[in-house]
Design a binder for this molecule. Structure first.
Ligand code: FES
Ligand SMILES: [Fe+2]
Length: 459
């Protein structure tokens, strides 16, 4: 393993220094964002939050749900983003459309929850009706309106809607670039994973007590892992990560699993720690008869996963060996992070609170390929409780929990209380702005893109 003396922040620690130009492994060119401090106002100012509403959220693609939530005509979900709410509905023609959840009459919300309305939406306030394509179907007591009043556009306000791998995104900006540009290189890198065929197996939602960007920043680096999550150091090389910054705010960090961290304090040369032994057992290797060194564990796990896939008739031919073990963590700007693995995806989703810049809505989602026979058990990093239903028969709905009660999983429970304290420190008169190591360069990359949105001329 490379020594700390080899560190070059322009290269970080490439997972494969010899990766060919067109390989998923290839390190993206370094972007120099300088060394200035980042001031704290963006994390607490109500004015900044209001400006984000029009400059950022109204301009980016926002993830609203999955296609399998609305399989039939008339099925719909509601999607909340700060003070906005949207209806996402499948039409009679099978097309998924999205509308502001705002009645054109006097603004009432048409629905507060998802459901099925094969005959279209009816507003609960005065019972105007709308077709599934958003067009007005009926005005109650039409004769009591002067005709001029009904000359206005009375259809539901439509927003753009595009689907990638089963993920439905909406965009309030009619002139926005296509969704695929926001997904960036992930669209290509994710192909072997067949995300469109995965299903949400667990979906947890909680409101955390910091700005949404404290959350995004915190999960955009592995620098804090040794301090806050030391229990994963036996199997997670948190130090030697490859970091890639791509266009449009997209970034990636590749971190080796099945590899002991150089910061693991209880390392005993010549012995395999219990975490590595458990990782081997997960894929059917007996650690007691394994003769290799710590460095041999990862390749052995990769081989075992390939062999298991073959036995189960799964196609792993598109995966690089490194993709079989490591955490390939992608950030889709601004607020989605996905750790993608052949078995499944850990997805984190950070949304602003309705009115308080000191809170955010945090969705923690586990997706897997449905396993009716439980042939592949969820790997430990997914944090699914023992015996969790992974058959994919039932659609998982968001479960709302209070972060103070715990239950999000050990790693998240460790972060939740910490982020609140970070928020408090950032708001102090003594806060002089953040400084970043180059292990944290994804954070600079994120804020540079955010600044581009915030400073763009208002349209
Ligand atoms: S507000 Fe919807 S019908 Fe009046
Ligand atoms: Fe953390």
């Amino acid at each position: 393993m490379a020594s700390v003396l080899d560190y070059d922040y322009r290269k970080t620690w490439p997972v494969n220094p010899d990766a060919p130009e067109d390989s998923y492994e290839r390190k993206a060119p370094h972007i120099d964002y300088g060394t200035e401090r980042l001031s704290g106002e963006r994390y607490w100012s109500t004015e900044w939050m209001e400006r984000e509403r029009t400059q950022l959220w109204a301009k980016v693609w926002n993830w609203a749900g999955r296609v399998e939530q609305i399989p039939d005509a008339g099925d719909f979900i509601t999607f909340e983003l700060g003070r906005e709410s949207f209806l996402v509905v499948r039409g009679d023609d099978g097309v998924i459309r999205a509308f502001f959840n705002v009645c054109p009459h006097r603004g009432n919300r048409l629905a507060t929850d998802g459901g099925s309305v094969p005959n279209g939406f009816t507003c609960p306030f005065h019972r105007w009706r709308f077709n599934l394509d958003g067009s007005l179907a009926q005005v109650t007591d039409r004769e009591t309106f002067r005709p001029e009043s009904l000359c206005h556009d009375l259809d539901l306000g439509e927003v753009r809607c595009e689907v990638w791998e089963g993920f439905i995104f909406i965009n309030m900006d009619r002139d926005a670039k296509p969704l695929i540009e926001q997904i960036g290189p992930l669209a290509d890198h994710a192909k072997p994973y067949r995300l469109g065929e995965m299903r949400i197996m667990r979906w947890m939602r909680s409101v955390w007590e910091s700005n949404w960007k404290v959350g995004v920043d915190g999960f955009n680096e592995a620098y804090h892992v040794h301090a806050i999550h030391p229990e994963i150091l036996p199997v997670f090389n948190d130090y030697h990560s490859q970091i890639d910054c791509y266009p449009n705010g997209m970034s990636r960090m590749v971190t080796k699993f099945a590899y002991e961290s150089p910061r693991y304090p209880d390392a005993k040369p010549g012995t395999l720690n219990e975490g590595l032994r458990a990782t081997m057992r997960e894929v059917g290797i007996d650690p007691d008869t394994f003769e290799g060194s710590m460095e041999d564990v990862r390749p052995a796990v990769q081989q075992a996963k390939r062999a298991r896939a073959e036995r189960l008739g799964l196609d792993y031919s598109g995966f690089l060996d490194n993709q079989l073990t490591d955490d390939w963590n992608y950030t889709i700007f601004p607020n989605i992070q996905m750790g993608i693995h052949p078995e499944g995806v850990s997805m984190l989703y950070f949304r602003p609170h309705k009115s308080d810049p000191r809170k955010f809505v945090f969705d923690v989602i586990v997706m897997m390929h449905p396993q009716p026979d439980a042939a592949i058990q969820p790997p430990a990093y997914m944090g699914l409780p023992e015996g969790w239903d992974i058959s994919g028969q039932e659609l998982a709905e968001p479960i709302e929990i209070d972060w103070r009660d715990g239950g999000l999983g050990q790693v998240f429970d460790q972060d939740s209380g910490l982020f609140m304290l970070v928020q408090e420190g950032i708001e102090s008169l003594g806060y002089r702005g953040a400084i970043f190591s180059e292990q944290e360069q994804r954070i600079r990359h994120f804020h540079a893109e955010l600044d581009r949105y915030m400073n763009a001329p208002a349209r």
